[in-house]
Design a protein around this ligand. Structure first.
Ligand SMILES: *Cc1c(COP(=O)(O)O)cnc(C)c1O
Length: 429
């Protein structure tokens, strides 16, 4: 550092970054988690699942405790653990009886697994645009896209905020189709007092290492429907062997996978779920301080929380209006990063632009299942998603970091500093 470095100069122009302590990855594994895993290790039995109908079809004691506790905490009738939310989404689509050529409505602004799940059964993902304030499915557009071929809707509760779940559930019930919630990012979010993940017919939670509560890898499906619960369990664990002894008549999609969670992960999950608020409250506090920091800055808009909803802030989102701020988003984002504020321009590229859709190659090389549908995947089809991704959204992956109170203040100060010095940024354009 030379003597020319001024405390006031932006870090992108050679000043000292305002976030002085590097943000560390979120680390939630404490003594209780370690003890729980060691206790399982000492038994020597790391999984008790067997692919035969009977007690072991549903796994061992830790898997059962996690599922039991999950039902209690979220108020669901059934919880079926999985080895990931990706597996949970595939199982949910299978349980919903989606078959080749059937349509499943999904948003394009989500982690890719949401839209891959229908393809596993030859289903056709139909991308429907999002609302600009919550980044979740627009229910009016969902209604307009339901056809006789629609079998399910996968609503994503993105960034920690619920989609319009009750409206979507009513719509799904009216059409006799299944509402699946991809609730990977929003455990403990609520809509009118009900937990996200429990309003649709099936909710899918993720326990991967950067979600609110984690077991390394893992997932849980919730449902109040006995038939769907049985079907989820069959798909999780080689259902083809179990349908006959279980007396299951409708074996649609019940060839199974191995989506089973280990006893180690389940034991870890029980501890994390017991202390769940500890994994939510810090995210909410940080989000509140960041949102407060931008509340008087024209052109910057913090996350929207719909009336009656609780947001759990997997991601803290910032809507950026370049016409008002006067600096390209790209430059603002780089200046923030230089201050030690990790952020991304946009989020996930609109999923219909991925090669799997653009080139129409999914299963085999002959175009299956797209050959069964007239649907097209083209740039421009979901303008709100494209606007958010390519020009308006800046996102901070809240869930990936452990942020101290001091760092929270510095992050908030970083936004204000860059904003107030924005005129000096144009040299970087
Ligand atoms: C993380 C995530 C998934 C996938 O979860 P895994 O447990 O890693 O399979 C699916 N959907 C969304 C929205 C996610 O954020």
């Amino acid at each position: 550092m030379s003597e020319f470095v001024s405390a006031d100069r932006l870090a992108i122009a050679g000043g000292r970054p305002i976030v002085t302590d590097l943000l560390l990855p979120y680390r939630s594994v404490g003594a209780a988690e370690i003890q729980a895993v060691v206790d399982v290790l000492k038994t020597g039995v790391l999984s008790s699942f067997a692919d035969v109908w009977g007690e072991a079809f549903y796994g061992g004691p830790s898997v059962k405790s996690l599922e039991h506790l999950w039902c209690e905490v979220f108020g669901a009738r059934h919880a079926v653990s999985m080895n990931s939310a990706t597996s949970g989404l595939i199982a949910a689509v299978g349980a919903a009886r989606v078959g080749p050529g059937d349509e499943v409505i999904v948003p394009p602004f989500t982690m890719s697994a949401t839209a891959m799940a229908p393809l596993a059964y030859g289903g056709i993902p139909v991308f429907v645009d999002i609302e600009p304030d919550t980044f979740c499915l627009d229910p009016e557009l969902v209604a307009a896209n339901i056809t006789p071929r629609t079998k399910a809707i996968i609503a994503v509760n993105l960034f920690g905020h619920p989609a319009e779940l009750q409206r979507l559930r009513a719509l799904a019930d009216r059409h006799g189709i299944v509402l699946i919630e991809d609730n990977a990012q929003s455990p403990f979010a609520t809509e009118d007092g009900s937990y996200a993940g429990t309003i649709g017919h099936i909710g899918v939670f993720s326990l991967n290492h950067h979600k609110h509560i984690h077991t390394g890898e893992g997932g849980v499906c919730t449902t109040d429907d006995d038939d769907l619960a049985l079907r989820l369990a069959m798909i999780r664990n080689h259902g083809e062997n179990a349908v006959e002894p279980a007396g299951v008549e409708d074996i649609t999609n019940l060839l199974g996978f191995n989506f089973r969670m280990t006893e180690l992960s389940a034991a870890l999950g029980v501890v994390q779920l017991t202390n769940c608020e500890q994994h939510v409250a810090p995210r909410q506090r940080l989000a509140a301080s960041l949102t407060d920091a931008v509340s008087d800055l024209p052109g910057l808009t913090g996350p929207h929380v719909r009336s009656g909803c609780r947001h759990v802030f997997h991601v803290w989102s910032l809507r950026y209006d370049e016409r008002i701020v006067g600096v390209p988003r790209r430059i603002f984002s780089r200046a923030l990063a230089a201050e030690g504020f990790p952020n991304a321009e946009g989020y996930q590229k609109p999923l219909y632009l991925l090669p799997v859709f653009a080139r129409r190659v999914a299963i085999g090389s002959g175009g299956f299942p797209f050959t069964l549908s007239q649907r097209r995947y083209e740039r421009g089809s979901c303008p709100v998603t494209e606007r958010m991704h390519y020009s308006e959204l800046l996102s901070f992956p809240n869930c990936m970091y452990d942020v101290s109170e001091r760092q929270a203040k510095q992050l908030a100060a970083a936004i204000r500093r860059v904003y107030h010095a924005r005129a000096s940024l144009m040299v970087h354009a």
